[in-house]
Structure formats: structure tokens, C-alpha cells
Design a binder for this molecule. Structure first.
Ligand SMILES: NC(=O)c1ccc[n+]([C@@H]2O[C@H](COP(=O)([O-])OP(=O)(O)OC[C@H]3O[C@@H](n4cnc5c(N)ncnc54)[C@H](O)[C@@H]3O)[C@@H](O)[C@H]2O)c1
Length: 256
């Protein structure tokens, strides 16, 4: 029970790693407020947690809207009755283009990857201070540690998330709030296909997938649960002396 009695919020909770995180955090004793844009799948996650004897609530919001993000954080904290843990996990790949980049798509990627993390943390901090501390985990990526030629906007956004984690770690340390980033490598979720699909033809896609797989020392992509375990560790008191780190959970991808 690494999060026994803790009140937690997880964003992008209806799929992939966020969904795995909701289940894992609840299994470890947390009451989880699960936030996502996809109400139907969110309610499935919450129903599964409750069926397993856990505690969870669902809140629907489009986190690419700063106003909606603020409102849903306030609502979640009110419903939980406080906050100890935030896993701000929302993000999207954004545009691949550089020449003729679609600026609306670019701004949406920045809004969901960075602005939502900033706003969630800004709403979380006073609630955590009121409980004498807490833990914030952002989801960055290996693309927040090394450049990504196929996804430059995504990489820029995730480097920003890492910068935000390191900066807030220093800023919030006097309040007993730790802030870290988990940096997943390629993970078996619906988003994986977007990253591996970033080539114009089948041959290019196959060669991209071969190159990506060859670059992972453990020779496989991650399971969502493996990333959720990294977030759980950072969120728990097991990591009580860890703040301001960007933790790769990447099968060794960034070790080269
Ligand atoms: N899958 C990977 O290979 C990979 C690798 C590194 C980092 N990441 C990061 O992990 C996070 C999520 O990825 P995943 O692989 O678990 O994705 P996923 O595709 O399994 O799930 C994404 C979730 O985000 C929700 N979502 C999308 N737009 C939203 C919005 N505007 N407001 C609220 N919710 C919204 C979706 O409904 C979905 O439930 C992102 O931050 C992503 O950048 C993914």
C-alpha cells in the first residue's frame, strides 16, 4: 500500500498509461480522481476500480482548454476533499511538419503537453500545502531528454515539461511538495501507432519501426503498467528524497 490514505488526481486517465496508473494507484490505497476528455472510457476505468474494491471518481474535461483544466482541477480537489498526489499525464504528439506547420495543431500540442501541466500544478500546490506537502509527477518522454527528428514540436514541448518539473521542484520544495517527471520510452498504447506512423509510405514506416526497435537495448516497447510503476514510485514516500528528476523508463533508450 504505497499510497495508503492518499488523495490523487490522474489526467489522461481513460487509456494507456493513465488508465494503468489509476488502477495501480487505487490498488495501492489511493482514492483516485480520474480526468479525461473521453467520458465513456473514463467511467469504465472507474467502474473497474470500484469492482476491485478501490475508490475512484470520474471527471470529464478537455484539458487543452486552460479554463476547463482549472475548473476540473478545482472540482476534483473539492470532490476528493484535498490532494496529496497529482500525476499530470496528458499530452499529444502534435504536428510532425516544420515547413508549413499547422499553427493551430502546434498550439494544441503546447496547450495539452505544457500548459495543462502548469495549470494542474498551480491548482494542486495550494491544496497540497494545506496538507503539509505532496507529490507532483509530470509525464514528459524520452523526447524530453533527447531530440526527436520525427516529432520536433512534441520534443520541444516535453523538454518544456522537464524544465517545468525541475523549476517547480525548487520552487515548491519549502512546502514539502516534490515535483518530478517520468520519461516513458515507446509504450504499447494507441499513441504508439502515431509515433511509428510518421513516414510517407509503408517502406518508410517499416524502416522507422526497425530503427526504433534497434535503438532500445531491452529490445521491446514498454507495457503501460511499467510506466505507471515509475509514476507510482515517484508519487510515493519511497521517493521521499527525490525531487527535480526526469526519470527515464525506457528500456535503456537514452543510455546511449
Ligand atoms: N505511448 C507512448 O509511446 C508515449 C511515450 C512517451 C510519452 N508518452 C506520453 O504519455 C501520455 C499519454 O500517452 P498514452 O500513450 O498513455 O496515450 P493514450 O493514447 O493511450 O491515451 C491518451 C489519453 O488522453 C486523453 N486525451 C486526449 N486529449 C485530451 C484532452 N484534450 N483532454 C483530456 N484528455 C485527453 C485521451 O482521451 C486518452 O484517454 C502523453 O503525455 C504522451 O505524450 C507516450
Amino acid at each position: 500500500m504505497r499510497l495508503g490514505g492518499k488523495l490523487a488526481i490522474i489526467t489522461a486517465a481513460a487509456s494507456g498509461m493513465g488508465r494503468a496508473g489509476c488502477k495501480l494507484f487505487a490498488e495501492n490505497g489511493a482514492t483516485v480522481a480520474a480526468i479525461d476528455i473521453d467520458r465513456e472510457r473514463l467511467e469504465q476505468v472507474v467502474a473497474e476500480i470500484k469492482a476491485a474494491g478501490g475508490r475512484a471518481i470520474a471527471l470529464q474535461a478537455d484539458l487543452s482548454s486552460p479554463e476547463a483544466c482549472k475548473d476540473v482541477m478545482k472540482a476534483a480537489i473539492a470532490e476528493l476533499g484535498g490532494l496529496d498526489v497529482l500525476w499530470a499525464h496528458a499530452g499529444i504528439p502534435g504536428p510532425a511538419a516544420v515547413e508549413d506547420v499547422d499553427l493551430a495543431e502546434y498550439r494544441r500540442a503546447i496547450d495539452l503537453n505544457i500548459t495543462s501541466a502548469l495549470i494542474c500544478a498551480g491548482e494542486a500546490a495550494p491544496a497540497m500545502r494545506a496538507r503539509n506537502g505532496g507529490a507532483i509527477v509530470f509525464t514528459a518522454s524520452v523526447s524530453g531528454l533527447v531530440g526527436s527528428p520525427a516529432s520536433p514540436v512534441y520534443s520541444a514541448a516535453k523538454f518544456g515539461v522537464v524544465g517545468l518539473a525541475k523549476s517547480l521542484a525548487q520552487r515548491f520544495a519549502p512546502d514539502g511538495i516534490r515535483v518530478n517527471a517520468v520519461c516513458p520510452g515507446l509504450t504499447e498504447t494507441p499513441m504508439k501507432a502515431v509515433f511509428l506512423g510518421r513516414s510517407d509510405d509503408d517502406e518508410g514506416r517499416e524502416s522507422l519501426e526497425r530503427r526504433v526497435m534497434a535503438s532500445i537495448p531491452l529490445g521491446r516497447v514498454a507495457r503501460p503498467e511499467e510506466i505507471a510503476h515509475g509514476a507510482l514510485w515517484l508519487a510515493s514516500d519511497d521517493a521521499s528524497y527525490v525531487t527535480g528528476v526526469a526519470l527515464p523508463v525506457d528500456g535503456g533508450y537514452t543510455s546511449r
